[in-house]
Design a protein around this ligand. Structure first.
Ligand code: AMP
Ligand code: TRP
Length: 337
């Protein structure tokens, strides 16, 4: 059977190294696998779950599409489109929401994290976020979902929703059960300031992350100031114990260099962190620099980006429409044709 890959990122703030290593880098690899069709979405509807940003949304959407392409996604091979340009996402999201028990949503840890202390003030959209995410993938009969470790729970929920629909409503295997693909060494990149917190584009301190738009000086400065401990670079996994910052920097190096963590430690174990940080900084600049400059180039030609997004949106709609129609038929909705 043909694999159909679906994944997405929100156009909120700037993308950071965790987005690249945990997701984007793997998406690029999948694009060249045989019998695989890849659909990569800029999930602009999801970006609205924490509030509307009308002044910046369109530009952020283009910027994320530019990052996808700059990182190596080829719009001729992969479909790269904006979620809101395919109306069926929101429609299927509604239908799936009606078979999703509140109890399932109450278990979602991302909602708890994002809603913060005053849950009453969080939007209903933030709460039903995972249902829309399920619709994103199921709408294309997606089979595999490459994401970072933090999205695993959402993919499991998506499977539960698909099982429930198949068993109780369709009474056949209508939606394939999507599998999470959590790939590579860096499935969870941590903050440069705190090895126990995830690197995130919304964290307050810019020093905690490497943005895809950072220049060489900014990257070098952030790595130089990254938190470490008083010891030397660990030489094996056992020495990671109680040293989350050391583990994180080794993990980042391994993922960027396409090495295993042990290979990195064979090279640097026992050395001072300052020497290792210099090497990490050079490696990061070498790997991210070309992506950053390509992104800038692409952002300089908005008309071309818009053309790519429009063309992909047609291709995505062409897959999604018939699946939405079949879903509506299964659910018994009246249709004009
Ligand atoms: P988001 O920025 O939340 O839209 O995430 C987009 C993709 O990047 C998802 O697949 C996330 O799992 C992944 N991702 C985000 N932050 C990290 C991180 N710190 N480490 C690994 N993957 C990440
Ligand atoms: N929730 C994902 C994140 O924040 C983004 C996302 C939305 C997504 N829809 C998706 C990821 C569908 C994979 C598949 O990272």
């Amino acid at each position: 059977m043909k694999k159909r890959i679906f994944s997405g990122m929100q156009p909120t703030n700037r993308l950071q190294l965790g987005n690249y290593l945990g997701a984007l880098k793997n998406w690029v690899k999948l694009q060249d696998e045989p019998d695989t069709e890849c659909i990569y979405c800029v999930v602009d509807l999801h970006a609205n779950t924490t509030g509307y940003t009308p002044d910046t949304l369109k530009q952020s959407t283009r910027e994320v599409a530019a990052a996808y392409i700059a990182a190596g996604l080829d719009p001729k091979k992969s479909i790269i489109f904006a979620q809101s340009s395919v109306p069926a996402h929101a429609q299927l999201g509604w239908m799936l929401g009606c078979i999703t028990p509140l109890g399932w949503l109450n278990r979602m840890t991302q909602f708890k994290d994002k809603a913060g202390k005053d849950k009453e003030k969080a939007s209903a959209g933030l709460y039903t976020y995972p249902v829309l995410m399920a619709a994103d993938v199921l709408l294309y009969h997606g089979t595999h979902v490459p994401v970072g470790d933090d999205q695993k729970q959402h993919v499991e929920l998506m499977r539960d929703i698909a099982i429930s629909f198949n068993q109780h409503i369709a009474k056949r295997d209508f939606f394939p059960l999507p599998e999470p693909l959590i790939m590579g060494e860096a499935t969870r990149v941590m903050s440069l300031r705190d090895g126990t917190a995830k690197m995130s584009k919304s964290a307050e301190s810019d020093m905690s992350r490497i943005n895809l738009t950072d220049d060489a000086d900014a990257i070098a400065n952030k790595i130089k100031k990254a938190k470490t401990d008083a010891g030397v670079v660990p030489a094996n996994e056992a020495e990671f114990e109680g040293r989350p910052e050391a583990r994180n920097l080794i993990t980042i190096y391994a993922a960027l260099a396409d090495m295993s963590k042990q290979q990195v430690m064979n090279e640097f174990g026992g050395q001072q962190f300052s020497a290792f940080k210099n090497a990490l900084s050079d490696l990061t600049v070498a790997k991210m620099g070309p992506i950053t400059s390509r992104m800038r180039e692409l952002m300089g030609d908005v008309a071309e980006l818009d053309r790519i997004l429009a063309d992909s949106s047609d291709r995505a709609n062409a897959i999604a429409e018939p699946i939405l129609k079949q879903t509506k038929d299964i659910l018994g909705f009246w249709s004009p044709r």
